[in-house]
Write a protein that binds this ligand. Sequence first.
Ligand code: SF4
Ligand code: SF4
Ligand code: SF4
Length: 324
Amino acid sequence: MTERTDLKTIAAEWLADGKADVLIGWQAGTLPLAAAPLILHADRSGADPAGGNKDKLVFDARCAMNLVNLLHKFKDKKVAVVVKGCDSRSLIGLIQEKQVDRDRIVVIGAPCAGVIDPSALARITGCDAPSGATLEKDQVRVVCDREEKVVPLSEAVYPGCRGCSVRNPLLADCLIADPVEQSAAPEAFGDVEALRQMSRDERWRKFLHEMKRCILCHACRAMCPACYCRECFADITRPRLAGRTADPADAMFFHLLRLMHLAGRCTGCGACVRACPMGVDLRLYNDFLRAFAKKEYGFEAGADAQAPPFIGEFDQNDPNDFTM
Ligand code: SF4
Ligand code: SF4
Ligand code: SF4
């Protein structure tokens, strides 16, 4: 059974006893209902490890960012990282791909009932820019034009959080709260099936329509733990492979190649979707790939740290019908 502990206590303990050189968690953000990463460094001088900043650590429904993405910055250090269930899948994916050494990571598991989706909240309250907002245990209190509106937390979370089957981290050395109830039903991939049923032309038109909104800011790539190439094809300039103009063909090229690179690797953590300033429906296309890998190959990215990565396995019985 995974040890149950308090976040601030374990942060102080692990930074003091050398179990971790760095701890990555969340702190309250500067905007209401937002949280930002907090990176604490061990102080071996005998002073308070993390210089008292550990008191800023928080975990609640504001903590949407996938902190696993920050592990790439601390490759030579022992790192403690706080993960939600979906983040733990990203971590497992990186361990499978040998991008993270399990022996230098200590995992603080954060059972999670969902994180706040600002666009859902705006839709429910009819208010894009609230003058104030507070998170309470099971509800969010929003002030719009001096009027207070109360929204149940379960309605204000991302759609993917509602049927989430990994609310309790799949990999953790300790837990900072009791496990939460999670959806027992396997992921339905309902809209993926609808996409599959469309004709090729319809699918292409839908994709084009979606891509017209993309401004090629690359925020989705920046926030994706699986996008860790030192040089991305989209940044290569000699020769230039991918354009970065307002022509939707450039957005289509970028996303088609990125999707190919993520096939069997995307864990569905949703970090890219949350990062997109234009609300591009990347989730549908990521889920399309995840559903395909699951159905055709029985493979789920980020499910088993011991399993070889999707592209790294060879089966003697594979029909190889695509080779000459
Ligand atoms: S997908 Fe699951 S683990 Fe991730 S934030 Fe939503 S409820 Fe939490
Ligand atoms: S593509 Fe998006 S959902 Fe998939 S692993 Fe990257 S950030 Fe997560
Ligand atoms: S974050 Fe959104 S707008 Fe930016 S490149 Fe990705 S899909 Fe396009």
